[in-house]
Each structure stands twice: as C-alpha cells, then as structure tokens.
Design a protein around this ligand. Structure first.
Ligand SMILES: Cc1cc2nc3c(=O)[nH]c(=O)nc-3n(C[C@H](O)[C@H](O)[C@H](O)COP(=O)(O)O)c2cc1C
Length: 195
C-alpha cells in the first residue's frame, strides 16, 4: 500500500555540484546545488531567486559546474550555509546561513582559471564543466538557467583508455532526500557503456 506524501525535499538522489559565477565587479561566488539536467552539451540548473547565484546569472554571468566527489560532503555542507548576498531572509536566519563574500578563503578551496569563461574553476573538484549562459526562464520561486558546456575537464585518475570517465573510479556525491550519499559497486552496464 502507498500513502500520499509531502512534496517537500523531493530530492530522490541527485548529484551535487558547486556552481561558480561572477558579479559585475568580477567577484566570484560559489554555491552548492543539486538541481540539474544534463543532455548532450546542455546543462540546465535550477537556482532559487534571491540567491547571489541568481543575481549573477540574471546579470548574464557564465558559470562553471564543479563536481565534487563523495569525500567532499562536509565542504559542500559548509558552503551551502553561506550566501554571497548582502542580506539574509528570515528563512536563512532560521537555518543559520551566514553572509560570505569570499567563499574560497572561508572554505579553503582554491580557484583555478577557466579557459573560455570568466568564473574560475574549483581546483579540488575532479570534474569541471565551463559553461556559457544561454538563457534563463522564470519558474516562480526559482529560475532554470540553460547552459552550454564549452570545456569539460576531468582529473587524470578518473579517465579510462577511451578518454572518458571510468565510472568504476567515480564516486559522486549524491543528495538523497537531504542525506549525503554515494554509489556502491556496479549493478550492470548500459548497452552504450564506454561510448
Ligand atoms: C547539497 C545542497 C544542494 C543545494 N541545491 C540547491 C539548488 O539546486 N538550487 C539552489 O538554488 N540552491 C541549492 N542549495 C542551497 C544553496 O546552496 C544556498 O541557498 C546558498 O546559500 C546559495 O548561495 P548564494 O546566495 O551565494 O548563491 C543547495 C544546498 C546544498 C547544501
């Protein structure tokens, strides 16, 4: 038997990423996020209105999608409790969010220059996608930002002989109904595995 459940926090196992954007003064912001769709060269991310990331994207900032692995969950949780904005909402105050205009220094992460977009990559993230902002669409409390991946960077140790990520070496950080998780050993392989 099934019961109707609340729609809060319907995060049924999403890979976590850290998105870097820049404001019009060239200041970089980092935000923890998990709402994304990836297909071909497109990435679509969901970003709450009022966040510094939203401000930066609405002002036309490109973005880097930096993908941490499962060992980095505490860093992600720390960054998730910071905002690059100047004021705090009632909800942010309730959850102990702090204002921080230099999340690299605060978190101990390091910036690495991107090649084709202005926001830097996060050196500690094994996978990084430099993205150009294509469009934003208003969805009420949040926006969807459509991004085109222009450069994809992957740490050597994750690459297989075909130049693609060897999935057996990659342990993503998964947001599972607000619990941090990773994946276990392979259950099986898709018909297109390795291509
Ligand atoms: C694991 C995790 C996933 C999150 N996913 C999202 C998300 O997909 N979209 C979003 O807007 N905020 C998400 N957040 C919340 C933001 O990280 C948080 O609001 C942050 O303060 C925004 O920073 P900013 O105001 O500097 O952009 C997530 C937080 C955590 C810890």
């Amino acid at each position: 038997m099934k019961n109707k459940s609340k729609l809060n926090s319907f995060y049924y196992g999403f890979p976590v990423f850290l998105v870097t954007t820049q404001d019009s003064n060239g200041n970089t912001n980092i935000s923890a996020a998990s709402s994304s769709i990836s297909l071909g060269e497109k990435l679509i991310i969901g970003i709450s209105k009022g966040s510094k990331t939203w401000h930066n994207l609405m002002a036309g900032s490109d973005a880097v999608i930096n993908i941490p692995d499962h060992t980095q969950w505490e860093k992600v949780e720390q960054i998730g409790r910071l905002t690059g904005g100047d004021t705090l909402s009632e909800a942010q105050t309730k959850w102990g969010v702090e204002i921080c205009h230099d999340k690299f220094s605060k978190s101990g992460l390091h910036a690495e220059a991107s090649v084709d977009v202005a926001p830097p990559r996060i050196a500690e993230c094994p996978i990084q996608a430099e993205c150009r902002l294509v469009s934003t669409s208003d969805k009420g409390r949040f926006i969807l930002a459509e991004l085109d991946i222009v450069n994809l960077w992957v740490d050597d140790h994750l690459l297989g002989e075909n130049g693609m990520v060897d999935s057996t070496k990659w342990k993503p950080l998964i947001f599972n109904f607000r619990e941090y998780d990773t994946v276990g050993s392979a259950l099986g392989f898709n018909v297109k595995y390795g291509h």
